[in-house]
Every structure is written in structure tokens, then in C-alpha cells.
Write a protein that binds this ligand. Sequence first.
Ligand SMILES: [Zn+2]
Length: 98
Amino acid sequence: MHFNGDVDPQGMRPELILVFGVVSSFDTEVGVSAIVNGRHSEKSLNYTGAAIDLDAGGPQDNLFLSTHLIIRLPEVFDVVNHGTHVHVEYQPKLSDRA
Ligand SMILES: [Zn+2]
């Protein structure tokens, strides 16, 4: 795993560290392309530090990576494969809380 040069972790929610651990167990080298930096859709959780963007190198690798993450991460994380990158956000629902 590596971080692109302009990646800014300031304000990143500490829960996302779990994602880095799971990414490290993926066979293919993965780049972290965005945390709070970069351009995202208007309501993107990237801006609140609750999401990260990952790139395993191409659409096929990103599909495998998103499957790997969905299987291993707890359900409070949403994983969305955008093809060009995999978006992972920490988004606990109220119904997840006992
Ligand atoms: Zn994103």
C-alpha cells in the first residue's frame, strides 16, 4: 500500500485505520488516492474525513479489491466500486446501534 503525494489525512476519522489493515492483506499493491483532498461529489463523506479512495491499478483489480473489502470489513463501512477507484466510507446507521 502506498499514498499518493497529495493525500491529506488531517481530520480523517480514526475508524478508517481498520480499512488500511484490510487493504494490506490484499495481494495487489493498492494506492490511497484521496482522503480529505481531491474533488468529490457535493455530499461526499471524503470532505468530513469519513471516506477514503483507493486504486488497485485498474477496473478488474478494483473489482477484486472491493469484494475483498466487503467480505472483511464490518458492516459500518460502505464500499462502492467506481471502476476508476474504490470508495470506502465509515457510515454507521442508527439501526446498527443497539
Ligand atoms: Zn470517494
